[in-house]
Design a binder for this molecule. Structure first.
Ligand code: ADP
Length: 437
């Protein structure tokens, strides 16, 4: 470039000298200089006009022909423009490809800015959520998905768990929505159709509940006859006595199993419990303490109850009683004679808590994550002697889910276990929540 500049300067200087020399020879050096300056200015002006005209005609047309500095200027601008156009085309091709691939996705993908204004979405989003291009572009997504749950989910920015909602287009379609933050609080929203999964889950629940119902009647008949036979056991041949007693114990177990299965499916079907229903947990726990003492009977196991708050809990009393009693009965079941069981109901800044601690057999840490699964047992060899159904902690888990609560399990084998139900502060009874928030 430097070389071109010096060549250009040399050329101008040479022309100037020649003009001055000619002017001096004919005796008009000043006029010659003036003539040179005027012609140079005119040439520069003409080239500027040509550049202006070319710029306004569109830079992708051929550049005007010129030589010297102006010719290089035109060519340089033209080359730069062509390079820009090529990279723009490449970028556009890439965007088209990404759009094509996301359009072929079965899941809906939506991009919004930090306020929720819709920037881009794929074809599946139009089918699932009824968005329309280009009318909905720039529209705030909360105005298109108008449920309070979505509004809350969108603004709360707690996107670890997905949100379930019904399609605004078709109330029979269940959707699962997950938001990811990117850039400056922009959002990438992915929506999946989970109708099939929900239907399968419903079918499983219905099946279990129907089978349990159907089994209940024949079992009642069998238990009834067994009871009558055992009541008159003296008239029965002695060799059948042991068999009859075993049959009765097994039919009792089956009955307990069916009752727990029905309870579990009822809890699952009820879903999240009504918030405005304060439960008097203190008297509920006092009743439970008496039940636990009755269960312990003549054994020397001690059980204590510490009530440290009079706050009420908003929820479903029957469900809460099932959950708490399962934890207390487990503590009794898995604590050998002479142990201690402590029940505690307390409040702190995070909410309300119910804990059951025992000095029982404890649980190996490997089992803890799976303990709330149906029929999961830490020690299968012991289950028949414990008389449990294997559904107790599954019931606890579902009750807690229905109450926005979670279960914490701490345990050391041979030392004891603590099961804590943590209820969020939003679940504190309306009349008694002063001083917690
Ligand atoms: P189960 O009817 O067998 O007691 P649960 O669902 O109530 O079924 O409990 C699942 C398993 O968790 C039990 O089989 C037992 O191994 C373990 N478990 C529950 N509570 C305790 C406890 N307090 N101490 C020790 N192990 C426990």
């Amino acid at each position: 470039m430097r070389h071109h500049w010096s060549l250009f300067a040399k050329r101008v200087l040479l022309t100037l000298l020649l003009t001055l020399l000619a002017g001096w020879l004919i005796g008009y050096p000043r006029e010659a200089l003036l003539l040179f300056l005027i012609s140079y200015l005119a040439w520069t002006l003409i080239q500027s006009f040509r550049l202006h005209h070319w710029l306004y005609r569109g830079l992708l047309t051929d550049p005007p022909e010129s030589n010297g500095l102006w010719g290089e200027l035109f060519d340089g601008i033209y080359r730069l423009q062509m390079k820009n156009a090529r990279s723009r085309d490449r970028l556009q091709a890439m965007i088209n490809r990404v759009q094509e691939s996301t359009n072929s996705l079965k899941d809906a993908v939506i991009m919004t800015d930090s306020t929720g204004a819709m920037e881009w979405w794929n074809q599946a989003a139009e089918d699932m959520l009824g968005f329309r291009f280009p009318n909905d572009r720039g529209v705030v997504i909360q105005n298109l998905i108008r449920t309070p749950e979505f509004k809350h989910y969108f603004t709360a920015k707690q996107y670890r768990n997905p949100l379930h909602l019904l399609s605004p287009n078709n109330k029979n379609v269940h959707l699962q929505l997950q938001i990811t933050l990117f850039g400056e609080e922009d959002r990438l929203i992915v929506v999946q159709d989970v109708t099939r999964l929900i239907k399968l889950e419903e079918m499983r629940r219905d099946f279990v509940s129907n089978v349990s119902h159907e089994l209940r009647t024949p079992l009642t008949v069998i238990s009834g006859y067994l009871e009558t036979l055992i009541d008159n056991v003296d008239q029965v041949e002695p060799k059948w006595k042991k068999a009859l007693l075993q049959m009765q114990s097994q039919s009792n177990r089956m009955e307990a199993l069916i009752n727990d299965l029905l309870l579990l499916s009822r809890i699952e079907n009820q879903g999240r419990s009504q918030r405005r229903n304060p439960i008097d947990v203190c008297s509920l726990l006092e009743g439970l303490l008496e039940d636990a003492k009755a269960l312990i009977g003549q054994q020397s196991t001690r059980v204590t109850l510490s009530i440290e708050t009079d706050k009420a809990l908003n929820g479903d009393e029957t469900q809460i009683l099932s959950a708490f009693s399962n934890l207390v009965y487990n503590a009794v079941k898995y604590t050998p004679e002479g142990g201690d069981i402590a029940l505690r109901w307390f409040a702190d800044t995070t909410g309300l808590h119910f804990s059951v601690s025992d000095t029982g057999i404890g649980i190996d840490p490997v089992h803890i994550p799976r303990l709330t699964e149906r029929f999961y047992r830490a020690d299968p060899s012991r289950h028949s002697s414990s008389g449990g159904t294997g559904l107790g902690l599954a019931i606890v888990k579902h009750v807690l889910i229905n109450h926005d609560a979670r279960l914490e399990i701490q345990s050391r084998p041979g030392v004891g276990s603590t099961f804590i139900c943590h209820f969020p502060k939003e679940r504190i009874g309306d009349t008694a929540n002063d001083g917690i928030n």
